[in-house]
Design a protein around this ligand. Structure first.
Ligand code: ZN
Length: 122
């Protein structure tokens, strides 16, 4: 997962993430095979996210990288409810912050008349 994020970061910034992970190039030479496929999927994710908000994506990638480094246990958990994120979702969007449920709530804010029990999650 870290490899995905680093590659994503590199692509977004246009730089090799040497400052973050100096050993990255060695990894790519020695054991890169396993990363090939996820990387392809990720490039598609990048391509689609580019159309939206590159800065926002980069910020989330940076955040995810920081989390991965400082608090790896919490990486891959929804920031809202703490549920583990499905691996498929993480693989497609390595910097994802919320599970499908919480993301859905965020995508349609101000819930309208049908108010959900958001307070139950605090
Ligand atoms: Zn959640």
């Amino acid at each position: 997962m870290r490899t995905l994020l680093l590659a994503l970061h590199a692509d977004l910034t246009g730089k090799v993430p040497a400052k973050i992970e100096p050993n990255r190039t060695d990894d790519a030479r020695i054991g890169g095979d396993e990363d090939e496929q996820p990387l392809n999927e990720m490039m598609q994710a990048i391509a689609s996210s580019r159309n939206r908000n590159t800065d926002g994506v980069l910020a989330r990638v940076m955040k995810a990288l920081g989390k991965l480094r400082n608090d790896p246990d919490s990486f891959g958990e929804c920031e809202e409810c703490g549920d583990e994120l499905p691996y498929g979702r993480l693989k497609a969007v390595p910097y994802v912050e919320f599970c499908v449920d919480c993301q859905g709530k965020k995508d349609k804010p101000k819930g309208g008349p049908t108010r959900r029990k958001l307070t139950d999650y605090t």
